[in-house]
Design a protein around this ligand. Structure first.
Ligand code: NDP
Length: 293
């Protein structure tokens, strides 16, 4: 079975739009998201445009801030301070990567943790690791988890889950979320010995590596659920445009897996939907309103 992430994201966005309409009607609360883009990176521009469009479509406020690549770190930090103090903004996202002269960690640590809808502030990272239910959780792993919960009827308890990749953005928070769902979690990385053998034991495989087609069909346990986070642009001979492929050799793995996400159309669309979700959650907490997401 192929997991349709696009359809799942549409369902989630519809649910978010309904919740926003309710919050506006009953609490005069309109969640607002500020997205800060530094420089002209074409991929980042596309992401930021999509985020802005989907924020507005959900009935939320969208504030875009485009800064020149030459902006100083101090100027960027001053903007973040202003956004931290703006009551109409409940979520702040600084699009990464930032230019080399800016200290990314310093920027992320300046964002008010209560508005940190990317979930990268150390307080949110620590909160997720220590089981704080109020921690804001990074969007991509949240999207993966929602897809998995759908596959397992809401109960992942006791499943053997393998996360391939240990980045702060995907691998580590993914492992924490699976642990929170009572999976038995293994985290693999570039130094893991005999990864195919480790993989064959997993009921759930989340691949977040950045290597096209690395996970082969014969690594997959029959019936396992495979979530492919990888987004790799591959230029094949005879094709004029590069193609997007995941970290899993899709055709091979789809023959063995119980369910698998495609690339594109799997995890990707869920990521922005989860950003909107985090913004609504942050807005409800700020206004001390009980949310329904
Ligand atoms: P990173 O480069 O930060 O991390 C990659 C991880 O993969 C590292 O932990 C690395 O191990 C591990 N790795 C590398 N080679 C191997 C190998 N041969 N065997 C096992 N593990 C290996 O990447 P990200 O986590 O940021 O992203 C991963 C992928 O997900 C990328 O393709 C990215 O584009 C995509 N992505 C997709 C998103 C979406 O919305 N769908 C959002 C974010 C990312 P080590 O630590 O030992 O170096």
């Amino acid at each position: 079975m192929i997991i349709d992430g696009k359809a799942a994201a549409e369902r989630l966005r519809r649910q978010i739009a309904e919740e926003v309409a309710r919050l506006r009607a009953t609490h005069d609360l309109q969640p607002g998201l500020a997205v800060v883009l530094v420089g002209e990176d074409p991929a980042s521009q596309v992401y930021v445009r999509n985020k802005g469009r989907q924020t507005l479509e959900a009935g939320m406020l969208s504030h875009g801030h485009k800064l020149d690549a030459s902006v100083s770190e101090e100027e960027l930090l001053t903007l973040i301070d202003t956004l931290n103090g703006d009551p109409s903004i409940h979520g702040i996202l600084v699009q990464l990567p930032l230019p080399d002269h800016i200290d990314e960690q310093r920027v992320l640590q300046t964002i008010d943790p209560a508005k940190d809808v990317d979930g990268f502030h150390p307080l949110n990272v620590g909160g997720l690791a220590s089981g704080d239910p109020h921690a804001l959780v990074p969007c991509t792993p949240t999207g993966c988890l929602l897809l998995l919960l759908e596959q397992f009827d809401g109960n992942l308890s006791g499943q053997n889950a393998l996360v391939i990749g240990r980045s702060n953005i995907v691998g580590k928070p993914m492992a924490q979320l699976l642990l929170r769902e009572s999976c038995t979690v293994t985290i693999a990385h570039s130094r893991t010995r005999d990864l195919p053998a480790v993989c064959r034991k997993a009921d759930i495989v989340v691949a977040a590596v950045g290597r096209p087609g690395m996970v082969r069909g014969d690594w997959i346990k029959p019936g396992a659920v495979v979530i492919d986070v990888g987004i790799n642009r591959v230029q094949r001979e005879g094709e004029d445009k590069p193609k997007l492929v995941g970290d899993v050799a899709f055709a091979e793995a789809a023959d063995v897996a119980g369910a698998i996400t495609p690339v594109p159309g799997g995890v990707g669309p869920m990521t922005i939907a989860c950003l909107l979700r985090n913004t609504v959650i942050a807005a409800c907490r700020h206004a001390e309103v009980e949310g329904q997401l």
